[in-house]
Design a binder for this molecule. Structure first.
Ligand code: EPU
Length: 248
C-alpha cells in the first residue's frame, strides 16, 4: 500500500498482511552527462518530487502535478493525465518478488498500459524504488507547466474525500461524460455521493463505508450500461475484496 489515494479498502478485517511503504521515501539525485536521475523509494510522496523538481527547475513530470500518491502507487497504476503518464520518465524499477529475490527492471522491458503496469502485487510483488530521468530546464517554464496541470484539474473535485477517478475511460469516450449523461451526478448511497463537479469522482460526504461505495459503483455502472451499452471498468484499486471485484 502506498498513499492509499486510488484505493478502496473493504470494511472489516483484512486477512492478508499489508505492507505500507511510507518510510521508504529517500530520494537520491545523480547528474549524469546532462541528465538528472532521481532514484526514489516506493513510498516517496509525489509532492516531494514535484517540489524538488520545481526548486531545481527539472522538467519531465510537471504534467502530473496535483496527482496525489506515492511513487509505488503511481507506477503500479501508471498514473497519468491526457498529456502522458509517469511511465514516460521511468528509467528503471526495482521490485521484491514473492520469493524475496530482488528484480531490476529496465524501462525497455516494462510493458505499460493505460493505467496498468506489470507490478500489481497480487502475486506478492512489491515495488521498492524507481529511477526517473528529468531534464534541466528554466524555473519559469517548469512553473508554467505545473500551473497548467493544476488549472486543468480545476474541473475535478478538490478538498473533498475521493479516491480519484473511479472508472477507466473506455475506448473512444470518457467515463465522466457517460456517467454524467446517464444522470449519475448527485446519486448517493448513504454517505457515498457522485460528485456534482465531475461524475467519475465519488465522494465520501461523511460516514460512507466501503459497502456504500461498492453499491454506488454498481448502481452507476448499471446506469451507464443501460443507457449506452458500455461496461465501465474500475480504475481504483481494491483491497480485501473478492478478486475479481464484482461489478454487478
Ligand atoms: N465530462 C462530463 N461530465 C463530467 C465529467 C466530464 O461531461 O461530469 C466530460 C468533459 O466535459 C470532457 C470529458 O468528459 O469533455 C473528459 O473529462 P476530463 O477532461 O475531466 O477528463 P477525464 O477523461 O474525465 C482524465 C483522467 C484523469 C485526469 C484527467 C486530466 C481517466 C479515467 N481520467 O479524466 O485522471 O486527471 O483526464 O488529464 O483516465 C485518474 O486517473 O484518477 C484521473 C483523475
Amino acid at each position: 500500500m502506498g498513499g492509499g489515494s486510488n484505493l478502496l479498502i473493504n470494511d472489516g478485517t483484512i486477512e492478508t498482511p499489508v505492507l505500507h511503504t511510507a518510510l521508504m521515501n529517500a530520494i537520491n539525485v545523480v547528474v549524469e552527462s546532462g541528465k538528472i536521475l532521481l532514484e526514489c523509494g516506493a513510498g516517496t510522496n509525489l509532492k516531494q518530487i514535484f517540489r524538488l523538481a520545481l526548486d531545481e527547475a527539472w522538467s519531465g513530470l510537471e504534467f502530473l502535478a496535483g496527482i496525489p500518491g506515492t511513487v509505488g502507487g503511481a507506477l503500479m497504476g501508471n498514473a497519468g493525465t491526457k498529456h502522458g503518464t509517469i511511465a514516460e520518465s521511468v528509467v528503471a524499477v526495482r521490485t521484491v518478488e514473492a520469493n524475496g529475490a530482488l528484480l531490476d527492471w529496465d524501462a525497455n522491458d516494462i510493458e505499460w498500459g493505460y493505467r496498468t503496469s506489470p507490478f500489481p502485487n497480487l502475486g506478492g510483488r512489491v515495488i521498492v524504488k524507481a529511477v526517473f530521468s528529468l531534464r534541466q530546464s528554466e524555473k519559469e517554464q517548469v512553473l508554467e507547466r505545473v500551473k497548467m496541470a493544476i488549472t486543468e484539474r480545476k474541473s475535478q473535485p478538490h478538498g473533498v474525500k475521493t479516491a480519484g477517478c473511479v472508472f477507466k475511460n473506455p475506448q473512444g469516450d470518457t467515463a465522466g461524460r457517460l456517467l454524467d449523461r446517464s444522470g449519475c451526478k448527485g446519486l448517493s448511497v448513504r454517505g457515498a455521493v457522485v460528485s456534482r463537479k465531475h461524475a467519475n469522482f465519488f465522494e465520501n460526504a461523511g460516514g460512507a463505508t466501503a459497502d456504500d461505495m461498492v453499491e454506488l459503483v454498481r448502481l452507476c455502472g448499471k446506469r451507464v450500461y443501460d443507457a449506452f451499452g458500455v461496461e465501465l471498468k474500475l480504475e481504483i484499486k481494491t483491497m480485501g475484496f473478492e478478486e475479481p471485484f464484482p461489478l454487478r
